[in-house]
Ligand binder design. Structure first.
Ligand SMILES: Nc1ncnc2c1ncn2[C@@H]1O[C@H](COP(=O)(O)OP(=O)(O)OP(=O)(O)O)[C@@H](O)[C@H]1O
Ligand SMILES: [Mg+2]
Length: 581
């Protein structure tokens, strides 16, 4: 239990230093408003006592003052309360918003494994849901801990001021409330953790269902998906209800203890009034204070539960934040502009962090400047993985990759990525205009854009769009065909105009007429460049300068088509199978 609270306090300290402390001044102002609200609460019982005493003494004139004071206090308290709640809400939303922004900025810049390991849907749930829990909890801390806490203190003070003996009797039961509050808080922390893991599953399934809607419909899997989602939603209901039950289970305890206290209080007050040590005014004022105490006490009673949920969310988010790391350049990193001789894979092995299988196994090859190279191999043999290593999306687990005489880790990461153009198997279309999707970072295009669009037959489909190149495409706009998306990806790579080009089955969604034309376009734009292509077409690999044959992450051979055909058994197997056509 002690470790929970020490790591808890460490997390809070860190959150305070990074995010809360900037809002010190607004928080201080909010607390100032809190003091006014709490002070206002004390006034009511005192006014009641005063009214009784005034009526008792027969000095009715003073009642007019009281009648004026009460609405004034109510007005002040009401307005201050509103301002205070608003301000607490704004502060907590801003604090958590800043954390969300930093969190996303860190994850998007970090090692890609963090996304592989946690899954996109789960990360979305972290950013949205955990942040909500943190904001709610923060708001409750400001509102309950400060406001209700202060109101409770002020009211208890008033009760002691009115009649300290009665107050003592009333509060003797307090420890019986505090211990269960603490115990319930610990349980909630645990359930909240499990419930968030489950929410991750639910988000993943929902994400899968909507993303793969075509497959689901064509295989008529609607029922199965609905059952899966239903089961997760039922579990969610179960978790949420358990949390709710826990959170509010403190209320009956408070209620019962309050009831017993009131009963004892009435007996004792009766004795005091009958022997003349207390007045009816004092007792009424006292009970008013006690009744006013019930609302903030209840709120304080559930505060720990909500605080624990927020704390669990905060520690989850910080864990992810800390697990993610940004790959920094080594000291004196070299600027990469282009290779002057070659790219070398020297005994490179690689495994993804979420699997224990070597995907690349002692891979060796040599790619010379300004040559056209092909990587061929069965599906899953590790072809795309080679591209990912070249772009330093992942680091090799073993062995070295060289650009000329320096390992790629010695270069500035940015300079590598800006000098390698790549077309991957899946094209990401952004929710933006067709033009902005082609010219991704709005750079100055130093080739003839119109003729490129003609070469890639993009103008043909852009002419059919209502606003041509200004038409919004993507999630909220026009959907494109697989071939159209591929042509956009190729256009992006050509516009980037890098000396090294990686094409991963860049033309596999195109019909043969389009493919032929686009291959001609590639020849035209990539003549003086180092090109590595993953392809399955015999026609294209025939005039390659170099072919790398991959099988289960191992290089089975390297050379020209003619050489391999003569000497490499596996290459011939591939050619004879339907894999290379
Ligand atoms: N992010 C990842 N995490 C774990 N395993 C992965 C990941 N990406 C790929 N793999 C696995 O690594 C192996 C090689 O994948 P890779 O994408 O390099 O194959 P490929 O040769 O490009 O196949 P294809 O021709 O089907 O595109 C596959 O078995 C795949 O399941
Ligand atoms: Mg691939």
């Amino acid at each position: 239990m002690s470790t929970v609270s020490t790591t808890g306090s460490k997390i809070i300290k860190r959150f305070w230093q990074q995010y809360i402390s900037i809002y010190k001044l607004p928080i201080l102002l909010t607390i100032l408003l809190v003091i006014i609200v709490a002070g206002g609460s004390a006034v009511y019982p005192l006014l009641i006592n005063w009214s009784y005493n005034t009526i008792d003494s027969g000095n009715i004139d003073n009642l007019y003052i009281i009648i004026l004071i009460i609405p004034l206090v109510a007005f002040l308290k009401g307005v201050t309360n509103y301002l205070q709640i608003n301000s607490a809400n704004k502060i907590s939303l801003n604090i958590v918003g800043n954390f969300q922004k930093d969190f996303f900025a860190k994850i998007i810049k970090s090692n890609i494994e963090i996304i592989d390991e946690n899954g996109p849907a789960n990360l979305i749930s972290r950013i949205n849901n955990d942040s909500n829990l943190i904001a709610q909890s923060l708001e409750r801390v400001i509102n309950s801990l400060f406001k209700d806490g202060l109101i409770v203190i002020v009211l208890i003070g008033t009760m002691f001021y009115l009649n300290w003996k009665l107050a003592l009797i009333t509060f003797i039961s307090l420890p019986f409330v505090i211990i269960p509050i603490y115990k319930i808080g610990q349980k909630i922390n645990k359930i909240s953790k499990d419930s968030q893991i489950q929410l991750g599953f639910l988000t993943t399934i929902l994400n899968q269902s909507f993303q793969n809607i075509q497959t689901i419909k064509s295989y008529q899997l609607e029922e199965r998906e609905t059952l899966n989602v239903n089961s997760e939603i039922s579990q969610r209901i179960n978790f949420m209800h358990r949390l709710f039950k826990m959170r509010y289970s403190i209320l009956p305890i408070i209620e019962i203890i309050a009831g017993v206290s009131i009963a004892i209080l009435i007996i004792y007050a009766g004795i005091q009034i009958s022997n003349g040590t207390s007045t009816l005014g004092e007792l009424t004022a006292f009970i008013t204070a006690l009744l006013m105490l019930s609302e903030p006490t209840r709120s304080l009673g559930t505060l720990n539960a909500i605080y624990q949920e927020g704390l669990a969310a905060l520690s989850r988010q910080y864990k992810l934040y800390d697990d993610a790391f940004i790959i920094n350049d080594v000291e004196n990193a070299i600027q990469f502009n282009d290779i002057s001789e070659n790219i070398i894979f020297d005994n490179v092995s690689f495994k993804y962090s979420n699997s224990d299988r070597n995907i690349l196994d002692n891979v060796n090859f040599n790619i010379k400047k300004n040559t056209r190279n092909y990587i061929i191999g069965e599906s899953g043999s590790g072809k795309t993985t080679i591209f990912k290593l070249l772009l330093r999306l992942y680091e090799a687990s073993d062995g070295k990759i060289f650009f000329d005489n320096s390992e790629i880790s010695k270069y500035k990461l940015n300079s590598i990525r800006s000098n390698i153009s790549s077309v991957f198997q899946n094209t990401l279309i952004f929710n933006d205009t067709l033009y902005n999707n082609i010219n991704l970072d709005n750079q100055n295009i130093n080739i003839n854009f119109e003729s490129l669009m003609q070469d890639l037959n993009i103008d043909e489909f852009s002419n059919k769009l209502s606003k041509n190149f200004d038409t919004i495409i993507g999630v909220d706009g026009v959907s494109l065909s697989g071939g159209e998306m591929q042509r956009i990806a190729i256009a992006r790579a050509i516009i980037k105009n890098s000396p090294i080009l990686l094409l991963d089955e860049a033309t596999n969604s195109l019909d043969s007429i389009n493919e032929l034309e686009i291959n001609k376009t590639l020849d035209k734009y990539f003549e003086e460049k180092t090109v590595i292509i993953i392809a399955h077409k015999l026609s294209t690999i025939k005039n390659a300068d170099n072919i790398i044959v991959l099988k289960d992450g191992k290089v089975m051979g390297e050379g020209t088509y003619k050489n391999l055909e003569k000497t490499n058994h596996y290459f011939n197997e591939l050619i004879n199978s339907s894999l290379i056509t």
